[in-house]
Write a protein that binds this ligand. Structure first.
Ligand code: AMP
Ligand code: MG
Length: 270
């Protein structure tokens, strides 16, 4: 069997990572039209499997999305998770912490929104911001953020040991692609709401962010919670890759409808 995108894009634990060596427009030979068709098929099967996941209520699944601004987190969620039953799925977007959140440890706001049995959780940004933006802007001293890789691994280990399957996606775009997307936001009044002048400031820290991502991915890609580096300059390939990995994650759980609670063969509904 051909190697799955799941396996090709997964960062093996302990692997040294330099994102500058990874091509954001690589597409493994896929053609756009075929990729789009395959993505649709993937989504159809994801919907079926989510139904079984909810019925079985044995596993929890958590997908984490991180990227630079305009990296495609919102678009990926809209595309790949379209059609999921909202009853069994929760998307959480993490913003700058509130005073209450800041008065707790950095994982407090995260743990409470992790998926329960039978649920899929999707994080649009996550606890990784606490080793990304926090590190790049010195929002906490190095002594504090440098401990967090280990704390994150332990936290994710806790989730995994309680039946949560975790998959983390870094949507990898080039600086040039980000420029184009920010320019599109400026040019289209319907996209103005997405334009944040702060994103231009963040862009100046591109190199620092890449260093921070290198470390986060390298230190926190574990067997129970691997990172995937998704070439994301082409949205159609990004959607194919993420939908394929989501699908394979669900397939690998070998989900099954629960045994019926009795023999229903003679039951008549009057
Ligand atoms: P957006 O995803 O465009 O709505 O932006 C959310 C903003 O919240 C980004 O600028 C993030 O860097 C910021 N943010 C998220 N989590 C944290 C955190 N733990 N500490 C500081 N800023 C954060
Ligand atoms: Mg933004």
């Amino acid at each position: 069997m051909a190697k799955r995108l799941h396996d090709k894009l997964m960062v093996k634990p302990g692997k040294k990572i330099r994102l500058s060596d990874w091509d954001p427009s690589y597409n493994f030979g896929w053609k756009e039209e075929e990729a789009r068709a395959q993505t649709e098929k993937n989504i159809e099967e994801i919907i079926v499997l989510q139904n079984i996941l909810a019925a079985e209520a044995k596993h929890s699944v958590l997908f984490v999305l991180q990227a630079m601004d305009a990296g495609g987190k919102d678009g990926t969620i809209r595309k790949v998770m379209s059609g999921l039953n909202p009853q069994g799925c929760r998307v959480t977007s993490f913003k700058a912490p509130t005073p209450e959140e800041l008065s707790h440890d950095f994982l407090w706001r995260v743990h409470r929104v992790c998926p329960g049995k039978g649920e899929i959780g999707i994080f649009n940004r996550s606890h990784y911001e606490d080793v990304l933006v926090v590190r790049v802007h010195g929002l906490a001293p190095k002594k504090v953020w440098s401990q967090r890789y280990k704390l994150i691994n332990e936290f994710e280990h806790l989730l995994a040991s309680n039946g949560t399957t975790i998959r983390k996606f870094y949507l990898h775009i080039s600086k040039e692609e980000q420029k184009q997307r920010l320019e599109e936001r400026l040019a289209d009044p319907k996209k103005h709401w997405k334009f944040n002048p702060g994103d231009l400031k963040e862009r100046e820290y591109w190199k620092n962010y890449m260093d921070a991502f290198d470390d986060a991915i390298e230190k926190c890609s574990t067997a129970h919670a691997p990172w995937f580096i998704i070439p994301a300059d082409n949205k159609w390939f990004r959607d194919l890759a993420v939908s394929s990995i989501v699908l394979d994650t669900l397939r690998d759980l070998k989900l099954e409808y629960p045994e019926p609670s009795g023999d229903f063969s003679k039951v008549v509904v009057k």
